[in-house]
Design a protein around this ligand. Structure first.
Ligand SMILES: Cc1cc2nc3c(=O)[nH]c(=O)nc-3n(C[C@H](O)[C@H](O)[C@H](O)COP(=O)(O)OP(=O)(O)OC[C@H]3O[C@@H](n4cnc5c(N)ncnc54)[C@H](O)[C@@H]3O)c2cc1C
Length: 400
């Protein structure tokens, strides 16, 4: 009898796991997601700044699953709990049995409760609805500027958190404003971008090459960088800092921290301070050898024991490893621990400019890095599209 694999979460990790497992004849897969679409969060910076459109950053999950010729069932529902003993996942409307389970539910923005007013007055970009709201706000602001020729009042847009997503969002918005300056000139000159972080530098934990070149690029785009600056509280008009200064702002995006998705709170397993699962070396959780967690919902360490930042790359690599592990467990073969070495990182820094590192030795910046980053995204996107086109064709033949 075929083995039943359930994957919860159709993000970067979940889709990669499905793709890798679907090639086996003796495996049936069910993918569950609370949204009907896969959201390409890594491209959110371009969407909110108006460079990409909605169709560039979402993929329909039903169509994508249909591309596997009935091998993968998609359930559009929210997983609410897991019963390890009964080997089943409860959703809002049903219960689904599994032989092997992959939890890939990602993370959400951590609007720290110790920063008063943060949740009420800022946006996150980790879910599509919030990114959409923000894009609309940004466009409205530009439109208002077009109408209001006389106003010379500064309009400050704040980004809290200068990690990977924060610097990408700041750079792309600043670049968009630069583009507008060429057509509507001075009217957008008063829109200012502030990038704020409590750490001593931007991109804390990353290499000097990335920090230094990102900083230079952001400065050349006119981004105001406030590091070593701790946000204490916010109200509808001002951001108040610990150093007693304050900043009047129009709107704020918060990218300063993540927290594992809600499902983790319902699962009996060891977790860290931000609710991520702490797995064993084979990425099993809760002492269950048939339950795995991958991507942002789990704390992943490299071979030296350093906790890795949550990235799509790590989500995908952990997914490939777990798919391979499941195969080995089915075949009763010996298994190796997960090696989460980071291969490289590319940071989009507005327009046709990026900075990146590959295998720790190749360091690139500017247009070449942009081309490499674009190629990586394009390959990912093309893979999804080939599958979705196959799904669409299947759907036409299938009279469901
Ligand atoms: C602006 C921005 C820029 C970024 N840039 C980069 C970059 O350049 N490079 C890089 O490597 N990473 C980047 N990242 C990080 C990257 O997007 C994440 O690390 C990645 O999305 C994690 O993948 P995942 O599969 O773990 O989770 P996700 O992609 O978040 O997917 C989780 C899925 O689980 C679903 N889900 C959650 N809870 C439930 C539930 N209870 N039931 C059913 N479904 C559920 C969600 O709907 C979602 O589809 C960026 C992130 C942001 C926000």
């Amino acid at each position: 009898m075929n083995k039943k694999i359930v994957v919860i979460g159709g993000g970067y990790g979940g889709l990669r796991a499905v793709e890798f497992l679907a090639k086996y004849e003796d495996i049936d897969i069910t993918l569950i997601d609370k949204n009907p679409y896969h959201y390409l969060q890594t491209e959110a910076y371009g969407y909110i700044a108006g460079r990409f459109d909605m169709h560039d950053i979402v993929i329909d999950l039903q169509e994508w699953c249909d591309g596997f010729n009935k091998k993968v069932i998609f359930i559009y529902d929210k997983a609410t709990s897991i019963d390890f003993k009964a080997q089943s996942v409860q959703t809002r409307s049903t219960s689904i049995a599994y032989d092997y389970l992959v939890i890939a539910t990602g993370a959400k923005t951590n609007f720290f409760s110790f920063i008063q007013g943060l949740r009420e007055h800022s946006y996150g970009v980790k879910d599509l609805r919030r990114a959409y709201n923000f894009r609309v706000e940004f466009e409205n602001l530009i439109y208002k500027k077009l109408q209001d020729k006389e106003s010379c009042e500064d309009i400050n847009l704040a980004i809290g958190g200068a990690g990977l997503s924060g610097v990408e969002v700041a750079a792309e918005m600043a670049n968009t404003i630069e583009m507008y300056k060429k057509t509507i000139g001075n009217r957008v000159k008063t829109i200012k971008i502030y990038l704020i972080d409590a750490s001593k530098t931007i991109l804390p934990g990353m290499s000097d090459f990335l920090i230094c070149n990102t900083q230079k690029r952001l400065e050349s785009l006119g981004v105001n960088i406030l590091v070593d600056t701790f946000i204490e509280r916010m109200d509808e008009s001002y951001i108040y800092f610990k150093n007693s200064q304050k900043l009047k702002y129009h709107f704020m995006i918060f990218t300063g921290g993540i927290k594992a998705s809600d499902l983790n709170d319902k699962v009996e397993a060891q977790k860290n301070k931000i609710s991520q699962f702490i797995p064993n070396r084979e990425l099993n959780i809760g002492s269950q050898i048939n339950v795995f967690a991958i991507g942002d919902c789990v704390e992943i360490k490299d071979i030296n024991g350093n906790i890795l930042p949550p990235t799509a790359q790590t989500a995908e690599r952990s997914a490939e490893y777990v798919a391979n592990m499941i195969r080995k467990r089915i075949d009763k073969k010996s298994v190796q621990p997960f090696d989460a070495t980071v291969l490289g990182i590319f940071i989009a820094l507005g327009g046709r400019w990026a900075a990146g590192e590959l295998f720790g030795v190749i360091k690139v910046k500017g247009y070449v890095a942009y081309l490499l980053k674009k190629a990586i995204t394009h390959i990912y996107y093309l893979g999804l599209h080939l599958r979705i086109n196959a799904g669409y064709k299947n759907r036409i033949k299938d009279p469901r």
